[in-house]
Design a protein around this ligand. Structure first.
Ligand code: ARG
Length: 461
């Protein structure tokens, strides 16, 4: 076996089990582009500052660019026996350039290197997740636009409560997802500071230019404290927290779709391409996609707990425990992308069964509040109106009627304020149309919400 890079200090080879245990290339190899990008910026700075000869800096940059192209094209494969992606790239550079390659790691440590790589990698991932979330939001909005008059029951305690429209219901998710985008952008902004040049923990005696490398890599500024620079993983936790919430929103939406697909609701029907069958029950059409999203939410929450627990007892500065950050945050990022990517077309192709929604809204006395409000508008105190309506509902249940079909004589027996116009006041269309309070389901209000959401979204484009 070849000597480790740090063999000088050691009198023995590292045990094979330790080597395998220590190695992270199996999961940090995916950051090779970002690692090379960081090294190119570092080499450029070393040359400009005269820390290494300018011609060596040029050779190193060319060598790194070739390695990048070779990995991209598959000509160069990552060595699974390498300790990590940083060691792999540097060893390959030295294999190609000899002594010149050995100058790259001047004034740098893997501790600041890995911190740069991970920030660069996650910055790209956040952008992708944010774009995918915007696409999902647009899909929801386009469905909402078609259903500003589609009446459905609104629920509390999963009991039919008051009439709303499908558009109103869907827009609730749009606002959740817009907050998710806000959190992602906030995280991305806060983490966009550069740890390169913090060294192992205490900076360096070389005359480095950290402003230059930060600028070359698109960071807002260098991090101020070298200990913090190498040991901060707040951005992993913050991102994972934002992703957990995003998943929570998808999971709640998924749960509703699972309910809506059941024969008990039958509010929607999934496209055949986005549902699965049963191996034994020929009649089944299962909403597996939404169930998997609900399931994977637990996994992303687990990643968040992994990160928080990993960090909570670490003394400053770098500790190898931190190598565990990557599998957790990569798992979260990968799964969120998978979920959003599948959820969006599933939603786009889902069929809305308007009549079933309307029929469900017509049973369950969801206009009882409106019946009480009818009396209030004729001068009765709300508590009295509430009590009378409750009695009417009980009578309806006894007689197998609804408030719409209960004869006027029964109404009048409870209060002389009731008149023929009560039927219009409690019609579901009126109930929805009149709910014009801000944030309510009246179609013109929801159209206003949609316009506001679209303008909030355009902010990210
Ligand atoms: N593979 C390591 C990680 O992911 C890179 C940093 C190693 N630093 C060290 N001092 N051993 O954290």
């Amino acid at each position: 076996m070849a000597d480790m890079m740090w063999a000088g200090r050691f009198s023995k080879q590292v045990d094979e089990t330790v080597n395998a245990f220590n190695s992270s290339i199996a999961f940090d190899g995916r950051m090779y582009r970002h690692d090379i990008k960081g090294s190119i910026a570092h080499a450029e700075m070393l040359g400009k500052q005269g820390i290494i000869p300018a011609e060596d800096s040029v050779k190193i940059i060319e060598g790194l660019e070739e390695i990048l192209a070779d990995i991209d094209s598959g000509r160069l494969e990552l060595d699974p026996a390498a300790e990590d992606i940083h060691m792999f790239v540097e060893a390959e550079l030295t294999r190609r350039l000899g002594d010149v390659g050995k100058r790259l790691h001047t004034a740098r440590s893997r501790n600041d290197q890995v911190a740069v790589d991970l920030r660069l990698y996650l910055r790209d991932e956040i952008k992708q997740i944010s774009d995918m979330t915007a696409e999902l939001i647009k899909t929801i909005i386009s469905i909402a636009k078609e259903h500003t008059e589609t009446i459905m029951p609104g629920y509390t305690h999963l009991q039919r409560a008051q009439p709303i429209t499908l558009a109103h219901h869907l827009m609730a998710y749009v606002w959740m997802l817009l907050r998710d985008m806000d959190r992602l952008s906030d995280t991305s902004h806060r983490m966009n500071e550069c740890p390169l040049g913090c060294g192992a923990l205490a900076g360096t005696t070389y005359n480095t230019d950290r402003e230059l490398t930060a600028g070359l890599l698109g960071f807002r500024a260098p991090m101020r404290n070298s200990l913090d620079g190498v040991s901060d993983r707040d951005y992993c936790v913050e991102l994972c927290c934002a992703l957990s919430l995003l998943m929570t929103h998808l999971s709640r939406f998924s749960e509703e779709i699972i309910l809506w697909c059941s024969w008990e609701f039958k509010f929607v029907e999934l496209d055949d391409a986005f549902a699965t069958g049963s191996s034994i029950m020929p009649q089944k059409k299962n909403p597996d996609v939404t169930e998997l999203i609900r399931g994977k939410t637990g996994r992303v929450n687990g990643d968040l707990v992994t990160l928080l627990t990993m960090m909570k007892g670490l003394p400053l500065a770098y500790n190898k425990d931190m190598q565990e950050d990557k599998e957790a945050i990569f798992d979260a990022v990968d799964n969120v992308k998978l979920c959003v990517k599948t959820f969006t077309p599933m939603l786009r192709t889902m069929r809305v069964l308007k009549d079933n929604m309307r029929n469900a809204a017509a049973r369950g006395f969801i206009n009882a509040t409106d019946c009480a409000d009818y009396l209030v508008k004729k001068g009765m105190p709300f508590r009295d109106a509430y009590k009378i309506t409750g009695t009417l509902v009980a009578q309806c249940i006894g007689k197998g009627l609804t408030l719409e079909t209960l004869p006027l004589s029964d109404y009048k027996a409870m209060s002389e304020l009731f008149d023929n116009d009560v039927y219009d006041a409690i019609s579901l269309e009126t109930c929805v149309r009149e709910r014009r309070s801000q944030g309510g389901p009246a179609p013109e209000n929801v159209l206003g919400q949609i316009a506001a959401a679209e303008s909030a979204l355009s902010f990210y484009e």
